[in-house]
Design a protein around this ligand. Structure first.
Ligand code: ADE
Ligand code: ZN
Length: 349
């Protein structure tokens, strides 16, 4: 077992910010900052029901997932051209690189855009070119995961998959997001089976607001390789045991959970219980433009609220690499880099 050096508590926030990490749960449409929403609205002659950036930001008060999604889909309506998708993704990747994210697996919601008449090619190519440039400029590997909107039908998901197939090489997997309650994973069993046949990785949001049963369905019916959120698993001890034994990663998003009232305060978040139970937990930002912070703010605020220690920092960053869809050699290289980062802290002691 790797021995973590002593780190004085006042140095921990900067260690969290500087350590290399992967981000595995970020919706690119959720990185659209109010300033960029207004800029794109002007560029594309789209009218917004808010008078200013400040007025829009002031509306970011949510009572649950649905109250957020209503605003999130409205914000995405300014995205029309390939350049818009590039600009959105580039703004995120620039911030991620500054947060020492070395690998990002990024969700996108094509149905939000194709339903408004934006061609699949336009959005995928805009996102892809930003990912390509991030690799060239920052050495940050960025991969795309296509998400199906679960409030829509499975038929719509099949049509979306069909439309995306000419661009199959631009994304590594599929996910399931949007309104969870009333839309169980079972609704999408057949389309996920098809995705697996196509060699796509499979993830699903489950147990954010929904019951542990949705996590069981995501594992058993969709064969999800990771569970996005999954924090409701603590309500089911047998499920907790299974997640720990099978080392199914959970991509947890602390600030999101507070903003959407999944937990009343960060101090009451259950991430430490999940870690202590031996689960492969990771820390992520979800929709950072809406929830008050990118991945580093998620780490720093969570650690302060829960009194987490340097060993947790190492474990969470390690988990983020383990849980990624990179190949084994790449994971080893990142894990080696993480150890070297902590070793250098020992030398500075
Ligand atoms: N789409 C964007 N953010 C989401 C979240 N937190 N849960 C479900 N769908 C989402
Ligand atoms: Zn999410």
């Amino acid at each position: 077992m790797f021995k973590i050096p002593h780190i004085a508590p006042d140095r921990l926030p900067s260690v969290l910010r500087l350590m290399p990490k992967a981000e595995l749960h970020v919706h690119i449409e959720g990185t659209l900052e109010p300033e960029l929403i207004f800029k794109l609205a002007q560029r594309n002659h789209v009218s917004l029901p808010y008078a200013s950036v400040e007025a829009l930001r002031a509306a970011y008060q949510f009572s649950d997932l649905q109250s957020f999604l209503d605003l999130y889909y409205a914000g995405a309506s300014v995205l029309l051209h390939e350049q818009d998708f590039f600009d959105m993704a580039w703004a995120y990747l620039d911030k991620a690189a500054a947060d020492n994210v070395v690998h990002a697996e990024i969700f996108f919601d094509p149905q939000t855009h194709t339903a408004r008449g934006v061609p699949m090619e336009t959005l995928i190519k805009g996102l892809h070119h930003a990912c390509q440039r991030a690799h060239q400029e920052f050495g940050l590997s960025a991969k795309l995961i296509l998400c199906f909107l679960r409030h829509l039908s499975e038929e719509d998901a099949f049509a979306t998959l069909e439309a995306a197939l000419p661009f199959r090489h631009y994304f590594i997997g599929v996910g399931l997001d949007s309104s969870e309650l009333g839309h169980p994973p079972a609704k999408f069993e057949r389309v996920f089976a098809r995705c697996r046949e196509l060699g796509l990785h499979v993830v699903a949001h489950a147990g954010e607001e929904g019951p542990p049963e949705y996590i069981h369905q995501a594992l058993d019916l969709l064969k999800a390789e990771r569970i996005d959120h999954g924090v409701q698993a603590v309500r089911d001890p047998a499920l907790m045991q299974r997640l720990a034994e099978e080392r199914v990663p959970l991509t947890v998003c602390p600030l999101s959970n507070i903003k959407l009232c999944v937990f009343p305060t960060l101090a009451q978040h259950n991430l430490k219980s999940l870690l202590d139970a031996g689960l492969c937990v990771t820390v992520n930002s979800d929709d950072p433009a809406y929830f008050g912070g990118y991945v580093n703010e998620n780490y720093v605020e969570l650690f302060a609220a829960l009194g987490l220690e340097p060993r947790h920092a190492y474990q969470l960053a390690f988990n983020s690499f383990e849980a990624s869809f990179a190949d084994a050699a790449q994971k080893k290289a990142w894990e080696h880099g993480l150890k070297a980062f902590f070793e250098r802290l020992r030398e500075q002691d």
